[in-house]
Design a protein around this ligand. Structure first.
Ligand SMILES: NC(=O)c1ccc[n+]([C@@H]2O[C@H](COP(=O)([O-])OP(=O)(O)OC[C@H]3O[C@@H](n4cnc5c(N)ncnc54)[C@H](O)[C@@H]3O)[C@@H](O)[C@H]2O)c1
Ligand SMILES: [Fe+2]
Length: 383
């Protein structure tokens, strides 16, 4: 079967990388940006770091910031109107996955107006035309939305988050600048870092895995294991490494897909507005236990990448337990809740949650064939 790799045309990393916007604009015949960010980032002055670069170079822009975490259909529709009103011809996204995903959807709809309802974009490769040029600057480490061809939108009316996978939305330029990550509160640095770990682990064990993304996923797991706790504690170098690690995971999973941790996390986001990173972080060890029997020797590699060097000589049962334990203890050390009832999940919702997770776009990539009943029983265990 043909394998695919698709990545940004350009990506910049390191302190001060946001200044690369200026030469990009000079060489791309674009004139006015819609800066897509969220209210919190605007109020904290994070967005302003980018606006200062634009002002310094005399570049024109308008800001759109009506975006909530787990962004909604309405957020996207408002953004499309803002883009038209601003008479913009490119987008600069400044934010976490919520801002970057909203920016992708806006850019797709501007050049593919037949999808203005947004819901019809769900699924794979739906649009015909490339989105408007997008520079994606991440402020979390993170979703890696700056290098993925995915965006996830919440349909509040139907209590669903739906995934759109479309090469036409890939940001032309990705920027991972540690100065943009530095203001993350500890809880957000921890949960978004564990989202990145979930991408790397699900991407490594997915049915579609193959050698090239495997190498990226293992490197990402190793870097996250080595840097996440120090990054959350405020170490600058570790935070810069987390920015790179989450991007490396993104380079992998955008090309092979994920599994049911993400299916289940999406339904928790839609039902309870639970932050995406927290949902993944909580579910990951439970789903790893469930999937273990379908992963051959892969948990040995995961355990070693997590820093359990002795796993090389362990039995299959031993290294599988070691991999799950390493992930669980990282999550405990980072103060992630370990049970779903702690984050408001209700027993009465479990059947609906399981049905909704089962039809999520990520379920097909799960290494183990699953069912509504089995997903429900994972939810039960985690409750
Ligand atoms: N496109 C993809 O491939 C992909 C992958 C995973 C998740 N997602 C989606 O991304 C969304 C989650 O994104 P996220 O986890 O990056 O969080 P987010 O964008 O929802 O941000 C969470 C909160 O953190 C704040 N924040 C972000 N950066 C900050 C900073 N530097 N300083 C202070 N506060 C900051 C935001 O203002 C917001 O209040 C979900 O909707 C999820 O489904 C997309
Ligand atoms: Fe994710």
């Amino acid at each position: 079967m043909t394998k695919r790799m698709i990545l940004n045309e350009l990506a910049y990393f390191g302190k001060g990388a946001i200044r690369e916007i200026v030469p990009f604009v000079a060489s791309h015949n674009v004139h006015k940006a819609l800066v897509v960010s969220d209210e919190v980032l605007v109020s904290l002055g994070v967005t302003k770091k980018v606006l200062d670069v634009l002002d310094g170079a005399g570049l024109s822009y308008e800001i759109f910031s009506k975006i909530k975490p787990n962004p909604t259909i309405q957020n996207v529709q408002d953004g499309v109107e803002a883009y038209k009103k601003a008479d913009a011809d490119y987008i600069i996204a400044v934010g976490g996955g919520s801002s970057m995903d909203t920016a992708k959807a806006i850019g797709i709809i501007i050049n593919n107006p037949e999808f203005a309802d947004i819901r019809s974009l769900e699924g794979e490769f739906r649009s015909k035309n490339r989105a408007v040029p997008l520079i994606a600057i991440t402020t979390t480490a993170g979703t890696a939305s700056e290098v993925t061809i995915n965006y996830v939108i919440t349909d509040e009316e139907n209590k669903r988050k739906f995934v759109c996978v479309d090469a036409n939305d890939l940001p032309l330029v990705a920027i991972v600048d540690p100065d943009m990550l530095a203001s993350m509160p500890k809880s957000i640095a921890a949960s978004t870092g564990l989202d990145a770990l979930t991408h790397a682990i699900e991407g490594y064990i997915t049915k579609n895995a193959w050698a090239l993304p495997d190498a990226l996923h293992l490197k990402a797991i190793e870097m996250i294991a080595q840097n996440l706790e120090s990054a959350v504690a405020g170490n600058e170098e570790a935070l810069e490494n987390m920015g790179i690690a989450q991007y490396v995971a993104g380079m992998g999973f955008t090309n092979v897909g994920l599994g049911i941790v993400h299916s289940m996390a999406h339904t928790l986001g839609a039902f309870y507005d639970l932050p995406h990173g927290v949902a993944n972080a909580l579910l990951l060890p439970y789903v790893m236990e469930y999937n273990a029997s379908a992963t051959g020797e892969k948990y040995r590699d995961i355990a070693v990448a997590m820093g359990v060097k002795e796993a090389v000589d362990m039995t299959q049962e031993g290294y599988r337990i070691a991999a799950v334990n390493a992930v669980r203890s990282l999550s405990v050390n980072l103060d992630i809740p370990q049970k779903l009832h702690e984050v408001g999940v209700k027993q009465d919702d479990l059947q609906d949650l399981a049905e909704s997770a089962y039809i999520d776009g990520n379920t097909a990539g799960n290494p183990k064939e699953t069912s509504v009943d089995e997903i429900r029983s994972i939810f039960e265990t985690a409750l």
